[in-house]
Design a protein. Structure first.
Length: 588
């Protein structure tokens, strides 16, 4: 971890002036004490960490049964086909310790910083930024834990080293890993601190009386509150984000892969934590009716400004205007795209009929000769299949190997390998034609409300059964009913398959996991979900070749995971350097 000390200072230097960088002189090198009189420099320690948040769209879907890629050198492809090692790990998050180091240095000095000339805003800025720092430390610990938790050879469920103080070049970096339980509790503790220091959301208030009680000891003036905690701070870490991360952490901890005598998090805890977020928007009725197509709600996206979130979004990255990156990477070749993300037949088969029945259930009347007819509407929202219309001119995409187009299977390097292209994440009003390019505004989520609804459904079903509500006013059944209704599933027949699952916890578990797979597809959840559920990682990825003669399902890519790979490795380079850093079982 020692190298990450240097990364911190490299990152902080980015916030010095260009003149400082190009005209070095001894007085231009800032030390920590200059934080105390330079608030912008002090805030740079936090800004560095925001820029290091792991990507939401990391494309780890390529390593699952949901998708493959046509990029032959892609690291996820290599990982899924047998090249995953402790020295070559595409999901390594160890670099997060660099951000934790920056946060720790910030927290050790934040009380000494003069954040503003006036005492009230200075104290309020101090509260907010300390709250952000605690929340961000919990964030990076979550991603580190998710990537590197595992059982050691002696059977202990271990997490990562817990580092809550700044380590300078003389510190002892040879630290042992803490237990999984200790890591979870440390994350909870940091989230408690974030909750204490931060408002739920950053919004202006209209009167002094609206200042939340815990901030009234600092200021009783709305002008001061709005300056620090108002709309200008939108998209910074807030109390609602802290609650969402508590739900993520507890869902992870309650999952089958981490059931251990040392682990105290229960399914009911995960349900309570997800419910805290859902209750904030009014319960089941708060589910955004347009949330399933958050990426394609063009009018909504184009009208976003001033850091405002769409109803579906808890946290997002900044808007990217005049952008066509996702489309150029993932459109079919005929739309001037590179077709990177190729959904599998496995995923297509997971979409039920519009009546709600799985395609394997004869009551759904699935027609193998017309496989996309009468299906769950999300199939056509999320996946381009043979005969789909896409792009600014609603061009018909023909994916069969005999289609005579570049969109056909394996026709060129940018063609699909499976007979499918991804549609989710893409705006159909983007034109990637080099002669008439039209780019549009996009945003990338960090947390969606739908994720929280699904986390509750999963946890509540395990804790209370399909219709149990615990301390809440809704059940797993109520959540899944709302999500399927929003999708247009079972709306014409009362969704009898859901009613059938309502009486059976195991069947409801299978349904909930499938709904999570569909709703969050291509959003980088599937790889982690398969592993925390400890279900088969080695499903062969299949494709579909549509032709006039007959349709053919074929094998595209075999998976090659070992059982120990339900838990990721500690980086090989780190175990070489530090004798106290014990590797997870099976990894060399």
């Amino acid at each position: 971890m020692k190298k990450y000390v240097l990364l911190i200072f490299a990152g902080i230097l980015m916030f010095s002036s260009c003149e400082d960088l190009f005209t070095p002189a001894s007085e231009n090198f800032k030390d920590v004490s200059q934080m105390y009189t330079d608030a912008k420099y002090a805030q740079g320690f936090l800004i560095f960490t925001y820029r290091s948040i792991p990507a939401y769209y990391d494309n780890s879907d390529y390593a699952t049964d949901d998708a493959v890629t046509n990029q032959k050198s892609n690291n996820f492809l290599k990982m899924a086909t047998g090249a995953w090692t402790a020295a070559s790990n595409p999901v390594d998050k160890w670099v997060g310790f660099g951000s934790i180091q920056s946060i720790n240095q910030f927290l050790e000095n934040a009380d000494k910083v003069k954040w503003a000339d006036d005492e009230e805003p200075s104290n309020l800025f101090k509260m907010r930024m300390k709250g952000e720092a605690y929340g961000m430390r919990a964030l990076f610990m979550y991603y580190l834990l998710q990537s590197h938790v595992g059982y050691t050879d002696d059977g202990r469920l271990m997490g990562i080293p817990i580092v809550t103080e700044f380590q300078d070049a003389q510190s002892d970096f040879n630290r042992p890993r803490a237990t999984f339980e200790e890591c979870v509790q440390q994350i909870y503790q940091d989230l408690d601190s974030a909750d204490y220091y931060l408002p739920m959301e950053y919004e202006n208030i209209n009167s002094d009386s609206e200042i939340p009680a815990r901030f009234q000891s600092v200021t009783k003036r709305k002008e001061v509150y709005n300056r620090v905690m108002g709309q200008y701070a939108r998209q910074l870490y807030n109390g609602l984000i802290a609650k969402a991360f508590r739900a993520r952490v507890s869902l992870l901890a309650a999952s089958p892969a981490f059931q251990d005598a040392s682990n105290t998090t229960a399914w009911a805890d995960a349900a309570d934590n997800a419910a805290a977020v859902i209750d904030y928007i009014g319960g089941v009725g708060g589910l955004d009716p347009d949330g399933a197509t958050y990426y394609a709600n063009t009018s909504e996206i184009d009208e976003l400004k001033e850091g405002i979130n769409p109803k579906e979004i808890i946290w997002r990255e900044n808007l990217s205007t005049n952008n066509s990156t996702q489309e150029s990477q993932n459109f079919p070749p005929s739309l001037f795209g590179s077709g990177y993300m190729n959904p599998t037949q496995n995923l297509v088969d997971a979409f039920p009929m519009a009546s709600g029945y799985p395609i394997t259930d004869p009551r759904g009347f699935y027609n193998a000769n017309n496989p996309y007819s009468g299906r769950d509407p999300r199939l056509s929202m999320y996946i381009i299949y043979n005969g789909s219309e896409a792009g600014t001119n609603n061009s018909v995409i023909n994916t069969g190997s005999q289609s005579g187009t570049d969109d056909g299977i394996n026709k060129k390097e940018t063609s699909t390998r499976t007979g499918y292209y991804m549609k989710k994440r893409l705006r159909m009003d983007v034109n990637c034609n080099p002669s008439s390019t039209t780019a549009k505004t996009h945003y990338t989520p960090r947390i969606r409300y739908t994720e929280m609804f699904l986390a509750y459904a999963e946890s509540a079903n395990e804790a209370y059964g399909p219709t149990g509500k615990g301390r809440h006013s809704y059940s797993a059944y109520d959540i899944i009913k709302a999500i399927r209704t929003r999708a247009g599933v079972g709306v014409n027949n009362g969704d009898p398959y859901l009613e059938e699952c309502m009486a059976d916890q195991d069947k409801m578990r299978t349904l909930i996991r499938n709904e999570r797979r569909l709703e969050l597809c291509f959003e980088s959840f599937r790889f982690w979900d398969l592993r925390r559920w400890k279900i088969n990682l080695n499903e062969t990825a299949h494709g579909m070749d549509i032709s006039a003669a007959s349709d053919r399902i074929f094998d595209v890519e075999n998976r090659s995971y070992e059982d120990y790979m339900y838990y990721g490795p500690i980086p090989f380079s780190e175990t070489l350097k530090y004798s106290n850093l014990v590797q997870n079982k099976g990894w060399k």
